[in-house]
Design a protein around this ligand. Structure first.
Ligand SMILES: Nc1ncnc2c1ncn2[C@@H]1O[C@H](COP(=O)(O)OP(=O)(O)O[C@H]2O[C@H](CO)[C@@H](O)[C@H](O)[C@H]2O)[C@@H](O)[C@H]1O
Length: 766
């Protein structure tokens, strides 16, 4: 470990001098204007360029001013010692190398852009000839699944391979005469076959969704510039080099976005607030997803990158991910006294570095991210957090590590709550990572990583840290609470709605941690989640391109939704009727989601002319309950017990109404997706549901859905009764509700700006 004494101070001053030299070289960036002049002040920087100059320095303005003082104080000024001159020369050489690399990178991107353009124009020519991309994908899709089907003696529902909507499959062929559709049938496939099919499908779908710029196809892997661990000055130089190339990096990010989302308005840039951000999560869609956390980890980082931050996601690698390339780096971390090796994979997608950590501990958990006993899970989380904390030192992204200055980690839920603790105990307490901050996001405070106190030894922390973890409550007695420790250690805390930020400070909503939340209220903020407006958009949705479904927009809503509804009814084997309200439920089968309230409302509901489609997996008793409901009311109810992203999208598009009677809901994403698809939510007004679903007001023709104020069956029935009446009798009001829902800006851009404010607040927190 390098000392933090006077030598580094000198080099730090040299780094600033290098910055000045670079300015003399009249660096210019087309995006941020030119940066010229030899002054240390701001006069040489114009317009947006000014923000970038500040950003070159790890702590922005503050640092620039501080370092000016230091240079004067150390007498460096314009006269340099021979040694200093050598160092500056060395730095300039390195910067030249980096610039050359960046140039090469940009050239390759330009080439790829040309390639994409020519492919697009070829495709549009082909479309003119009646051969669309969509169709070719579909037929590939079809033949792939047909082959899986054949290997299994036709056990896979034929409508999964159905692309011709005129061929309505026989219900018994679909296996839905029992009411339980193909999610269960899927289980009959062998694991290997499933993996093969999933891999092919993923590739197929991701080729539609992502412009992947894998590092080995863009720039050859280059040895990272050596960063002696813990030496701040070197990192400082790296930051300057990064700063020089940052405009190019932002351009790279924007290039990807341009290909992806033509016509979408870019959000304002972060300017001088631009930071290095690393989001660590144990789920990340589309590679791994058990619930909403996966969606957030897959999409919030892209929104931050669009604002000009350098953003990385670190997640475990549970299986082979086609997009990610191994980077040839291995590290070992101790878990329970054993050395565990971690291998690193990298992909650069939509302006974000995705770094996947591979270890035997993570493998084959693709569909069971939280699987195993408590000890298995704890050891996985310890390994993940230990390795994630050092990713900015070791993992070169585009050739250059993030470094630990101007850096903030975003940890998520209890699984990564050890990360803020490790940052403090391993590094900050030892004078390392002094400028690295952590933000902990609470997606669900009900899960806390509780265990007996003696499990503290697995965390590998100094003994006195046990106080952070030790927690007493009447339910658990004295125990180890990982979430509690993370909440105390993090520099800032975010939770996913304003309502939930309030609820977790109450004894009803804090699940025992309300006292700690109140004590840490000063650093808590509620930020409502956004949605990925490419994945969850009826205009682009890849799951609506076959089997009779169709993409639609607010302009084509009535026709498009009608078609999707008919396709869903057909797919599920329900009578195809436009006039019957089709209700949907999607979610983990858990006490939280209130599925039992729906079950209690079934006797009333079955007396109405309705259809109900349910999709969920979770507690075995609740899964059985769903199966039972389906078998009792097979003319009106269909259930899919399993996890199917495709089915989730199709229910969201095809249903008229989405039920979310959650007992508590930190934010909830399904109601946001529903509104974006013109599907009307009926929700318990709690947490994020209350924040996002304003109740329908028939007098003013305002509002977005129906809410009820207490998680009770009669309240649900009351709200749903009004909703059904409006659907049947007040078509104009119904269309108004749909249109208002679809017209909202539900994108991540607004939330990303608020996250940025939190990150900046953390940055200046000492
Ligand atoms: N069987 C199934 N098949 C396919 N897809 C399925 C599925 N069951 C659920 N999903 C999908 O998983 C996601 C669930 O999102 P929620 O916000 O409801 O999640 P969850 O309670 O897991 O997350 C927690 O974190 C999120 C993110 O912050 C908060 O919104 C939320 O309130 C909090 O409880 C949605 O994308 C949904 O479509």
């Amino acid at each position: 470990m390098a000392s933090m004494g006077s030598a580094p101070f000198l080099v730090e001053a040299n780094a600033d001098f290098t910055l000045m030299m670079m300015r003399n070289l009249k660096l210019s960036s087309p995006k941020f204007g030119s940066v010229s002049g030899s002054s240390f002040g701001h006069s040489g920087a114009r317009g947006r360029g000014r923000g970038r100059v500040n950003h070159l320095c790890s702590r922005g303005l503050l640092c620039l001013v501080e370092n000016n003082k230091r240079i004067r104080a150390s007498g460096m000024g314009f006269g340099m010692s021979e040694e200093s001159e050598k160092m500056v020369q060395g730095t300039i050489e390195k910067s030249k190398q980096v610039l050359a690399m960046q140039k090469e990178l940009l050239e390759k991107i330009a080439e790829r852009k040309e390639l994409v353009k020519s492919i697009n124009s070829e495709l549009s020519l082909e479309e003119g000839n009646g051969i669309s991309d969509e169709h070719s994908n579909e037929s590939l899709n079809e033949s792939l699944l047909s082959s899986v089907e054949n290997q299994n003696g036709g056990t896979v529902s034929s409508n999964y391979v159905q692309s011709n909507e005129k061929e309505i499959p026989d219900v018994s062929v679909l296996g839905i005469d029992r009411g339980i559709d193909k999610c269960e049938e899927d289980d009959k496939l062998s694991l290997a076959e499933k993996a093969l099919a999933t891999q092919y499908l993923d590739e197929l779908l991701n080729s539609n969704r992502y412009e992947t710029i894998a590092p080995d196809t863009v720039a050859p892997y280059t040895e990272p510039i050596e960063i002696p661990i813990g030496t701040r000055p070197t990192n400082h130089i790296i930051e300057i080099l990064e700063g020089m190339s940052e405009s190019s990096l932002v351009e790279v990010a924007n290039e990807a976005d341009i290909v992806e989302s033509e016509g979408e308005k870019a959000p304002p840039l972060a300017g001088e607030n631009a930071m290095n951000v690393i989001l660590a999560a144990v789920e990340c869609a589309p590679w791994s997803k058990a619930g909403g956390l996966g969606d957030v980890a897959g999409s919030l980082p892209k929104a931050l990158a669009r604002r000009g931050h350098r953003v990385m996601v670190v997640a475990p690698r549970y299986s082979n991910y086609a997009e990610a390339q191994e980077i040839g780096l291995r590290k070992q971390y101790k878990v329970d006294g054993q050395d565990m090796e971690v291998t690193y994979y990298h992909a650069f997608i939509d302006g974000v570095d995705f770094v996947f950590l591979d270890s035997p501990n993570f493998r084959n958990l693709q569909n069971n991210v939280y699987g195993g006993n408590r000890m298995d899970i704890l050891k996985r989380m310890v390994l993940f957090c230990k390795a994630a904390a050092e990713v900015p030192w070791h993992v070169p992204c585009g050739g250059i590590c993030y470094g630990d200055g101007n850096l903030a980690f975003i940890a998520n839920d209890w699984h990564t709550a050890l990360l803020p603790v490790y940052l403090k105990a391993y590094y900050r307490d030892n004078g390392l990572m002094k400028f690295t901050r952590s933000v902990l996001v609470i997606h669900n405070i009900a899960h806390q990583g509780r265990g007996p106190l003696d499990e503290f030894r697995y965390t590998d922390l100094p003994e006195h840290y046990i106080d952070l973890f030790k927690f007493y409550d009447p339910v658990g007695g004295e125990h180890l609470n990982i979430f509690a420790a993370g909440i105390k250690a993090a520099d800032r805390i975010v939770t996913v709605s304003h309502g939930y930020a309030w609820e977790i400070k109450t004894s009803e909503g804090g699940w025992g941690l309300h006292g700690i939340m109140n004590e840490n209220d000063w650093k808590l903020r509620g930020i409502v989640n956004g949605i990925d407006t490419k994945d969850w958009n009826p205009k682009f949705d890849v799951h609506l391109k076959s089997d009779g479904y169709t993409n639609y927009t607010i302009e084509t809503l009535q026709h498009g939704k009608r078609q999707c509804k008919a396709a869903l009814q057909r797919e599920l084997g329900l009578p195809v009727r436009e006039d019957v309200p089709l209700l949907g439920f999607i979610g983990r089968l858990d006490h939280q989601k209130g599925i039992d309230l729906i079950a209690e409302a079934i006797p009333w509901l079955m007396g109405q002319d309705v259809q109900l489609a349910m999709l969920g997996t979770g507690r075995p008793d609740l899964e059985d309950m769903v199966k039972q409901l389906v078998s009792q009311h097979s003319d009106k109810i269909r259930g899919c017990v399993g996890f199917s992203v495709k089915m989730a999208h199709r229910i969201t598009a095809g249903a008229d109404i989405l039920l979310m009677p959650s007992r508590f809901e930190p934010c909830g994403l399904n109601q946001l997706y529903a509104m974006n698809y013109g599907t009307i939510p009926v929700v318990h007004a709690v947490g994020g549901l209350r924040d996002t679903v304003t109740p329908f007001n028939p007098f003013e023709e305002s509002g977005l859905g129906w809410t009820f104020d207490c998680a009770e069956t009669n309240k649900l029935i009351n709200a749903l009764g009004n909703c059904l009446m409006t659907f049947k009798q007040f078509k104009h009001s119904w269309e108004g509700l749909q249109r208002r829902g679809m017209m909202q800006d539900l994108s991540w851009d607004k939330a990303a700006q608020q996250y940025e404010e939190v990150l900046v607040a953390a940055k200046y927190q000492w």
